[in-house]
Design a protein around this ligand. Structure first.
Ligand code: AMO
Length: 446
C-alpha cells in the first residue's frame, strides 16, 4: 500500500491529512462521537469520528475489533488535558475523514483490549493465532527476537562461524531416554537432542562455530520449564586454556544479550512489568561441592555428596548468591563425570569430577557447557565406558583422529532464557507454538 504511512510516524505529520492502515483495537462511543484505536505493526493511535462528518460516523458505528481499515485522517494535537505523556501518539490523535473497510472480522471469543486481556494459558494457547495480535504477547516475542539476534551478533563479533546442524541423526548424543525415534524409510533414526556432536565436528575445521537450531527432547514430564521442541543457541570454541575460557565466553554472551534488550526493548519491558536479572562484573562461580556446602551452611539442608543439584538446590543457591553478592547469576562446575555425557572432560587432578558447567539464574538452569575431551584415545575410552556404539558416531570420532586442540562450548534454549529474563511463569508463554506431551497446536487429548 504505497500511500500509507506508519502509525509511529503520525507525530511528525501534525496538521496534515494522511492515510494509515491497520486493525481496530477497541471502539468507544461517547455521545455523538465515536472513538476507536487503530493498530499497525509500529504502534497504536486514537481515531475520532466527529458527528459533523455524516458518512464517516455512519461507517464508524459499524466497525468492530479486528476489522481491517484504511483510514484517511487529519493529525491533530490532543487537547492538553487529554495528553498522555510518554506514550506513543499520546500527544496526537487522528480526526477521521474517510474509512475504507479492507476486511471484516468475526466477533471475538474474548476481550482482547489491553485492559481486559487476562487469559488462562490454556485459552491463550488454544487461540494462539488470534492472541498473537495482543501487544503483551507480541512483546514477549520481540524480546525473544532480540535474544536470538544478539546471540548471533555477539558470536560473529567474536569470530564464530555459523553453521546449520542436521535434525535427523543416527545416534543419541546426550544419552538418556529423552529422544524421539523416527521411522526413516525402513530404518530407525532419531531427532537431534542437541547439535553437540556436529558443532564439535565443525569446530575441528573452523575453530569457532555456532548454530541456531531446533532440538527435540522427549521430555516425559509436563513441567513449566520443559518443551519437546526448543530453539537451541549453541557455541563451540577451540584453543581454550581451560574450561574457564568457555565460562567467560558464555558470561560475555549473556551480558551482551542483556545490554541489547535494555537498548532495544525498553517499551516491551515496561509493558510486561519485567525487571531484567542483575549480572555483576564477575559472575560468582562455585564447584558442585562448594555449592552444596553453601546450601548446608545457609539452609541446614544436607545435599553434600549428591550427584547433581535438584530444583530446590538451584533455587536456594541462587537465593544465597543474590544475598551475598547481588548477582542473579551463578556458575556451577565440576559434576560427577559418570553422570554426564561421554564427551565432557574429566578434571585431570580429580577425574571423578568433570569440567562441565551450568549457568543458573533466578533458581533455574539457563545454560550448560564446559570443556570437552579432545584426545582421540581418551574419547574412545569414554565411548566404551558409556557403552556407546562407535559405528553410530563414526563421523564424530573421525574428526578427533586428526588432531583437535583443547576445546569447549555451551548451549542454551531461547525459550528458557526468554522465560527467565521476563519472569514468565511458564515456558509455554515464551514459545509461539509450544510442543509438549499434551499439545501439538491442538490439545492431543481432543
Ligand atoms: P543441556 O541438555 O543442558 O546441554 O541443554 C542446554 C540448554 O538447553 C535448554 N534446554 C531446554 N529448554 C526447554 N525445554 C527443554 N526440554 C530443554 N532441554 C534443554 C536449557 C539448557 O540449559 N550439549 C549440551 C550443551 C553443551 O554442552 O554445549 C546440552 O544439550 O536452556
Amino acid at each position: 500500500m504505497r500511500d500509507r504511512i506508519y502509525i509511529k510516524d503520525l507525530k511528525d505529520n501534525v496538521g496534515k491529512e494522511i492515510i494509515i492502515a491497520g486493525w481496530v483495537d477497541v471502539r468507544r462511543d461517547q455521545g455523538k462521537m465515536v472513538f476507536f484505536d487503530m493498530r499497525d505493526m509500529t504502534g497504536r493511535v486514537q481515531c475520532v469520528a466527529l458527528p459533523s462528518r455524516a458518512e464517516v460516523i455512519e461507517k464508524a458505528k459499524k466497525i468492530r475489533p479486528e476489522w481491517v481499515l484504511k483510514i484517511t485522517g487529519l493529525v491533530n494535537k490532543r487537547p492538553p488535558k487529554n495528553v498522555k505523556a510518554g506514550v506513543l501518539n499520546g500527544e496526537v490523535e487522528l480526526e477521521v475523514t474517510g474509512v475504507e473497510v479492507l476486511a471484516e472480522a468475526e466477533p471475538l471469543p474474548f476481550d482482547m483490549s489491553e485492559a481486559g486481556y487476562n487469559l488462562e494459558l490454556t485459552t491463550e494457547l488454544d487461540n494462539r493465532a488470534l492472541v498473537l495480535r495482543h501487544p503483551k504477547v507480541q512483546a514477549v516475542f520481540k524480546v525473544q527476537e532480540t535474544i536470538i539476534d544478539s546471540f548471533r551478533q555477539f558470536m560473529k563479533q567474536n569470530m564464530f562461524f555459523e553453521f546449520q546442524s542436521p535434525s535427523i541423526t543416527p545416534a543419541v548424543a546426550e544419552g538418556g531416554s529423552e529422544v524421539f525415534k523416527i521411522d526413516y524409510f525402513d530404518k530407525k533414526a532419531f531427532l537431534t537432542q542437541s547439535p553437540q556432536l556436529y558443532k564439535q565436528i565443525v569446530m575441528t575445521a573452523f575453530e569457532r562455530v555456532f548454530s541456531v537450531n531446533k532440538i527435540f527432547r522427549a521430555e516425559p514430564s509436563a513441567t513449566t520449564r520443559h518443551l519437546t521442541e526448543v530453539v537451541s543457541l549453541d557455541a563451540e570454541m577451540a584453543f581454550i586454556d581451560g574450561w574457564e575460557d568457555v565460562r567467560d565466553m558464555a558470561e560475555g554472551t549473556v551480558k551482551f544479550i542483556l545490554e541489547k534488550i535494555k537498548e532495544k526493548n525498553a517499551g516491551e519491558l515496561v509493558l510486561l512489568k519485567a525487571e531484567l536479572p542483575v549480572m555483576i562484573e564477575k559472575t560468582p562461580t562455585f564447584s558442585l561441592q562448594e555449592a552444596q556446602q553453601k546450601i548446608f551452611d545457609n539452609f541446614a539442608r544436607d545435599v553434600r555428596g549428591e550427584k547433581d543439584l535438584n530444583p530446590q538446590d538451584e533455587r536456594e543457591l541462587c537465593e544465597i548468591v543474590k544475598k551475598e553478592t547481588g548477582s542473579d547469576f551463578v556458575f556451577v562446575y565440576g559434576y560427577p563425570t559418570i553422570k554426564k555425557p561421554f564427551y565432557v572432560y574429566p578434571n585431570p587432578k580429580n577425574p571423578e569430577f568433570n569440567e562441565g558447567m551450568d549457568l543458573l539464574c533466578r533458581g533455574l538452569e539457563w545454560l550448560s557447557g564446559g570443556r570437552r575431551i579432545n584426545k582421540y584415545d581418551q574419547l574412545m575410552e569414554h565411548v566404551k565406558l558409556w557403552k556407546m556404539d562407535p559405528q553410530k558416531i563414526k563421523m564424530f570420532l573421525e574428526a578427533f583422529k586428526y588432531g583437535v586442540p583443547p576445546e569447549g562450548g555451551f548451549a542454551f534454549g531461547a525459550e528458557r532464557i526468554t522465560m527467565q529474563l521476563l519472569g514468565l511463569k511458564n515456558i509455554r508463554e515464551a514459545c509461539m507454538f509450544p510442543r509438549d506431551m499434551e499439545r501439538i497446536d491442538e490439545r492431543l487429548s481432543e
